[in-house]
Design a protein around this ligand. Structure first.
Ligand SMILES: N[C@@H](CCC(=O)N[C@@H](CS)C(=O)NCC(=O)O)C(=O)O
Length: 320
């Protein structure tokens, strides 16, 4: 399964350009349907398939919530190769990197094939995660922030009572979670990309300074606390974790986010991250440092033309 249309300007990230001022602007996701009871996409066991990369922070959010909510038997997963090349994300059939899957649903060679099957005239980035509906043969949603909201509630009638009771977006904390998410997304989750993809000194500094101001702010928020919002695990923790876990191994070097490291500069964030990782398997089992490091250092030849992957830091994450 592969398309005839030339979509290389969308698949090859080294061909993507920054804005006129050298800054990186992320485009909004295109597929925005929801799994919901009595809706077009009903919460049926085995109906949906999740395509992810272990390397991608946005995709990893969905893997963490899938695991937290015990949805492994409801939604199967395929993991792409971390080496995102000229055709975008490849499946194992196109690049058999260890820990990579074939596509058992569509037989796709690359993630772009899924998008073009769902929408032959699609023009946009071919991103993961992709939540695929086997019944209609289309993409339900490719926006991680919405996929995790669906996973939080859509299957609650089908899963065990303890898993259904776990609510990472509880009514009483929504306002606070939304507020945190907003600045964390802009300056931290996307801030590392804005720093790393900036093509002028000015655009880089305009991203990296606010990034570290936000880390300073998060450090204060997490002092003496287990979780970011309230006294419970919420999606604010999930959304921040995927960036922080990649910080020292990748963003410090590859994206030039090197004012401080998490392990040496932010004791409260560092402890919060390690507790989530070492004490909760949903975080540890969805984290693959080999995929993470290989992806960034290999897939952005405009930033790292030699594709050499640094050996450190050793270890990738310190013990508790
Ligand atoms: N808004 C999307 C962003 C996903 C995204 O940008 N994924 C990156 C990997 S980390 C990707 O697949 N990029 C491929 C490309 O831009 O060609 C989400 O949060 O789900």
């Amino acid at each position: 399964m592969s398309s005839q249309r030339d979509v290389s300007k969308f698949t090859d990230i080294s061909k993507s350009t920054t804005e006129g001022d050298g800054s990186f602007k992320r485009k909004p996701s295109s597929f925005r349907e929801f799994i919901e009871k009595d809706g077009r996409f009903a919460p049926e066991k085995g109906r949906y398939h999740l395509y992810v990369s272990y390397a991608c922070p946005w995709a990893t959010r969905t893997l963490i919530v899938r695991k937290l909510k015990g949805l492994e038997d409801f939604i199967d997963v395929s993991v792409v190769s971390p080496r995102m090349g000229e055709h975008g994300w490849p499946f194992a059939s196109a690049d058999s990197f260890p820990g990579t899957d074939n596509d058992p649903v569509n037989g796709a060679q690359h993630v772009k094939d899924l998008y073009l099957k769902a929408k032959p005239d699609y023009e946009g980035r071919f991103t993961v995660p992709v939540l695929w509906d086997k019944k209609e043969g289309t993409i339900v949603n490719n926006e991680s922030s919405e996929i995790i909201r669906m996973f939080n509630t859509a299957f609650n009638d089908e899963i065990s009572a303890d898993k259904a009771a776990l609510d990472i977006y509880p009514e009483a904390l929504r306002k606070e979670i939304d507020d945190v998410n907003e600045w964390v997304y802009d300056t931290v989750n996307n801030g590392v990309y804005k720093s790393g993809f900036a093509s002028t000194q000015k655009a880089y500094e305009a991203a990296v300074i606010p990034l570290f101001e936000s880390l300073d702010r998060l450090e204060k928020m997490l002092e003496g606390k287990e979780y970011l919002v309230g006294n419970q695990l919420t999606e604010a923790d999930v959304r921040l974790f995927v960036t922080i876990i990649r910080f020292d191994p990748v963003y410090v070097g590859h994206f030039k986010c090197n004012l401080r490291t998490i392990r040496n500069g932010y004791p409260a964030i560092h402890l919060w991250m390690r507790k989530l990782y070492w004490n909760n398997d949903a975080f540890k089992s969805t984290c693959n440092f080999d995929h993470i490091k290989t992806h960034y250092y290999w897939s952005h030849p405009h930033i790292n033309p030699t594709r050499v992957v640094p050996v450190g830091p050793i270890p990738n994450i310190l013990p508790l």
